[in-house]
Every structure is written in structure tokens, then in C-alpha cells.
Design a binder for this molecule. Sequence first.
Ligand code: XUL
Length: 544
Amino acid sequence: MEQSKSPLALGLDLSTQSLKVVAINSQLQVVYRSQVHFDSELPHYKTNMGIHIKQSNQVTSPVLMFIEALDLLLIKMKSDKFPFNEVVAISGSGQQHGSVYWTVEGKKILENLSESEPLVDQFQSKKSFSLDDSPIWMDNSTTEYCHKLESFLQGPTNLAKKTGSKAYERFTGNQIAKIRDRTPNIYQNTCHISLISSFLAELFKGEFAQIDLSDGCGMNLLDLETGNWDSEICDFVGPNLQEKLGKPVPSHKVLGKINQYFVKKYGFNDDCSIVAFSGDNPNSLVGLGVFDEKDVCISLGTSDTIFGLVASNESNKSLEGHIFISPVDPKLHFVMICTKNGSSVRENIKRTFTSNTWDDFEAHLKQTPPGNEGYLYLMYDYPEIVPYVEGSQVSFSFDKNGDKIEKLNDNHIIRGVLEGKFVALKYHAAKKGLVPKEDGKIFVTGGGSKNKEILQILANIFQKEVCTIQVEDSAALGAAIRALHGFNANEYKEFLSFKELFSDFLKNRNQGLSVVKPDLSTKQKYQQLEDLYSKVLPIVTKQS
Ligand code: XUL
């Protein structure tokens, strides 16, 4: 790698399938990237797509694989002549909800790392972790504990009000409750519990690191109001849980300096700061440049997600979706609604009703007007979370009065599958308080964002300008940006706004955007469609 001219920041992303790194300079330009792919580069862990699936919906990844991947990544960087000594700050990202269980022996090893041996050999030499495999976000084995937690709080609404989410199987508190109940000796032998994000920070620090508030909200344990663990819930989940977790910190907090292992072995500077690591979704938000409440993002992929920032007094702590404390400013909330039925449904309709090309799909779209002549069509390949729909391969067709109809014609289905889904996203996001501001835009990412007609429909439904935004490795980039932000905030001893600190980055990003403008004449039609959606929702979710 060529010599860089300004201090560098590193962002790492420990995701399900790989460990990535992105280095940026002070203008937030990416100057280096690399990665380690778990299945192909660390085959001895025998993972498939980075995971092991065990019986009863248990999904895990080996902790030692994470550790070995870190040395391997740094070795690659070294052979690329990466200038480690120019890095002033490091932060990172981890797949959300996954957890790591440390023993006292592990803590001793962490605090006495020797540069003469690879990390993995050191941790392998003793029983460093009470669980060899980290339960990850795809794990679905804790339903019993979700029910228990919700009934302890007299219903899911109370849990959502406190922690920002009702109980979800993958949320760490429910994973911990299962371990504590089914394997009490493992819980007892655990002196410290990390999230995957804070775990990676721990390796860099050579001591236990605090969980950041944003990723901490993915545990069903953190009180959104106080920004601290909820004592009642923690005591219910397991004895001394708060001690095992340590106190959570804002995402911009500098946790300390890098450990000597990395200084001596790779040539990092003694003075390199470690800024709190966070979850992949909070980091991606930063990587996309969402620094205030103005805009709303939609990711159209395997699952469709709508997310953005909301003032904390304007977010609605309802049952649907999630509220996390924002990684950009702890006074804001990061609202995120994930839906399961994304691209597969659109692909399915394309395959069934067109010659299976997007061009033909678009040609069919032109046969029907915006608003689909009042017809609403909703299709679910899988059971849906938002709105809650049971069963697979179910679809609903309604006329403009809200009466269920047997079958729509092909063109109404083709337009309907897009309009129905996007009206739903808008409706459920607004219910949580997530709406683009007067001068705000809709940013669209993911595979679906490549289709011009999809963007036009989104622009019309939201009555906002829509821009496609493709950011490579957005979680790692977001982590690198946060590293620089935390480093600066620490230098100036005050909280700095991302928007002000990185205004040039935003300017550059906005210059490159191509904008799809809404057709204002469609506003009323789409309002009617949204009203219709709200009217028929009880039928779709079978509440009545
Ligand atoms: C979010 C979630 C996933 C993981 C892995 O709640 O479970 O997005 O963060 O990417």
C-alpha cells in the first residue's frame, strides 16, 4: 500500500461469514480494504456460511474462529505493507445479538497476551470460554425464554416500552436465560459476557471492554430511558448478570489504547485509541451517512428493512420493530423494522407472471396506473414479522372498499406486489415515528434499488425524492467513521455532531446521487391505498 498523507482510522466488521477491514483517511476516503472469509480461509472450523446449525434451531459460530480470523487479517495487512503506525483510532462492528462467554482463565490470558504466539494458541491453551460456540442472531432456540420474559413483565408491550423491542429469540437476554436455565454450571463459570462487537474490542484492548448503548439495545436487557441495564430484568434473567455484563457506554466512547500485542507484532502506534465497537446495523447507518432525523433508509434485499433516526421523544415504543439508542447521538433513537418477505416475493411474481426479466416486469407495470385502480395486493412467501402474518405462500387481494376478492389479473398483481409492500413499509415506519422530514429523502440500498420503476413507485408512495445509495462494506466503513468521530470527540473533550464534523463527506455523497422525483399527482391515490391497508390489516393479521 502507498504511504498515506493523513492519520488513518480502521473499521472492522465481524459479520456472519467474514471479518472485514476498511481503512479511511481524515477525509473519510477509503484507502484500504481486506477480509478473511471464514469457510474458505479457516476451513478447519467446518462452518457453512460461517455457522454451525445444531438440533432444535440452535445456530452458533466458533469463538476461536473469530480470534484466528483477526490475526489472519492483520497478517494479510502486514504483507500488503499497511502502515499500522498511522492508525490513530480503531472501532468495529459485530453481527448483532451474538454473545461470548468468558471464564476467569480466559480473562487472565486476555490480560497477558504475548506477541510471540498467535492469539488463537494462547486462548486455546486453557479453557478461556465457558461456551466454545457463540450463539448468533440466526439462533431460534429460545422461544420458551421469550415467553417467560414477556410474562414476567406482564406482556410484550411493557418489555417493548422499556427495552425498545418485544422478546425475540435472537436477542441476547433470552440466549443468556436459556444458558442459565439449561446449563447452570456454564452460567456460573462465566465471569463476563460480551456481545460479538464488544468481544472484538476486547481483543484489541487486551482487557474486558464495555458494550455500547446501541448494540446493547439488541439484548432485551437495556432500559432505553436510563441508558443502563434494567435491574429487574437482569435479576430475572440470571444472578449477578449486571456484573457479568459491565456498564454500557455511549457508542462514541474511547475505551482505551491498543494492547501491546498489536504494537509489537504488527507495528501499531502505542497511542492508537480503541473506540467502543457496535452492531452491524448501527454501523451501517453511519456508513450510509445517516447522521440526523431528516432522511429514511430502505434496504431492499432478501429481507426488506426500513430504518432511520428519530428524536427520542418522538419514537413510539410499540410492539413492532426495534428501537436502539442511536450510534450517532445517544439522544436520538435508531428505529429499524425488518420484514422477512423481500426479494424472493418480487422474484416469484416476476417468474410467474412475466418472461422472468425485469424489463418485461417493467413493461407489465406500465399497463396499470399508479394506485393500481384501487386494488391492494399483499403476498407472503414466509411467515411475516411486520405485519404479523402466519403461514407460508399466502396472499391477500382487496378492492378499494376493503372487500376481499378471489383473484386479481396478472398486471394488478405485478403492480400490487410492489405497491402493497411499500405502502406497508411506510405505514409501519410512521407508526413507530419514522417519517422523512420536510426536506428529507428516501435512500434505497440493496439489490432492489437497481430497478428504476421500483424507485419511482417508492418516490410516489412516500412523496419524497428517492436516491439509490450503494456503499461497499457499509458496516466496516461506518465503524471507521465512528472511530474517527470518537477519537475527535475525545481530543476536544466534547461531543461533536457527525453532521458538522463530516460535512464534506455528506456533500460528496450527495453530489454523486441520482434522484428520482415523486409524481405529485399520485399523492391522493397512494394515501387512499395506505388508508385501505390500515383498514384491512386486522384481516391480514387475523386479529378479527
Ligand atoms: C438485526 C439482526 C441482523 C444481524 C446480522 O436485528 O438480527 O441484522 O445484525 O446482520
